[in-house]
Design a binder for this molecule. Structure first.
Ligand code: BTN
Length: 259
């Protein structure tokens, strides 16, 4: 796996230090430990399976052996925290671009950054920050059918199911690493406009009603646009415009996961 990916890589930073593991609790947790030990900017960790894969909002990310790409990139852009906020949404665009290049089909994004195909969740992204503002971008992409718990299986899909054929994990991993290098360059340069434009095109919620879930409350609103910092601009039931931020709320369709 490591050799195959290296052969396909043209990056100068991201993936130059590439660590491929058979099994790990979570590639994000592992990368955060490496960061503490001084691992270099651009380090990438990939695992065949995760025993305690982590999702957003303290959820578990089921990561069975051989059926997904579980990858974390460690970036040290040396930027203040507020300039790192867009990385979460930009990682969604990076996944869409890598899947499109590899598979010829571009996923959509359920705000804030869940890749979706056929109205189902194709994977997930968990972005974290370390104490010294290193960026840990964890990406899981479902490749082939797997035994998932019924609640996850009900909303999940995988590339093999959507394409009708298997996808090469090293090829997708290399494409994703290339996209993460592009992200890293854009973030450092503050060149976010192409990512905003792509995000607006990819976001499946815009123009549609969504439910905003926050704690125990559930509110039906209209999703209108994406703001400068990739927040979701909505119109609420009283006709007021508001922006919701990732981390504060979660978004669902009216009847299902997307719509
Ligand atoms: C979500 O859907 O809530 C986000 C899931 C993120 C999963 C990826 S898999 C690689 C990396 N390691 C983790 O423990 N989580 C992320």
């Amino acid at each position: 796996m490591e050799k195959e990916i290296c052969r396909l890589l043209h990056t100068s930073l991201v993936g130059r230090n590439l660590i491929c593991l058979d099994e790990v609790d979570s590639t994000n947790t592992y990368a955060k430990k490496l960061a503490l030990d001084g691992a270099p900017d651009g380090t990438v960790v990939i695992a065949d399976c995760q025993t305690a894969g982590r999702g957003r909002r303290e959820r578990l990310f089921q990561s069975p052996r051989g059926s997904g790409l579980y990858l974390t990139a460690l970036l040290r852009p040396g930027l203040p925290a507020e300039r790192l906020i867009p990385a979460t949404a930009m990682a969604g665009v990076a996944v869409c671009a890598a899947v499109e290049q590899t598979c010829g089909i571009r996923p959509g994004l359920k705000w804030p950054n869940d890749p979706v195909l056929g109205r189902r969740k194709l994977g997930g992204i968990l972005t974290e920050l370390t104490g010294d503002l290193a960026l840990v971008i964890g990406i899981g992409i479902n490749l082939s059918p797997a035994a998932l718990s019924p609640d996850v299986a009900a909303i999940a899909t995988c590339l093999e199911r959507e394409l009708g054929q298997a996808v090469s994990r090293p090829v997708l991993a290399a494409a994703l690493i290339e996209e993460l290098e592009r992200l890293s360059d854009a973030l450092r340069a503050g060149a976010l406009e192409p990512y905003r434009a792509a995000f607006r095109r990819d976001c499946v919620n815009l123009g549609n009603p969504v439910q905003i879930l926050s704690g125990d409350t559930r509110e039906t609103v209209q999703a209108l646009d994406i703001d400068e910092m990739f927040g979701l601009i909505i119109r609420d039931a009283q006709g007021q415009l508001r922006t919701v931020r990732s981390g504060e709320v979660s978004v669902r369709g009216l009847y299902g996961y997307v719509e």
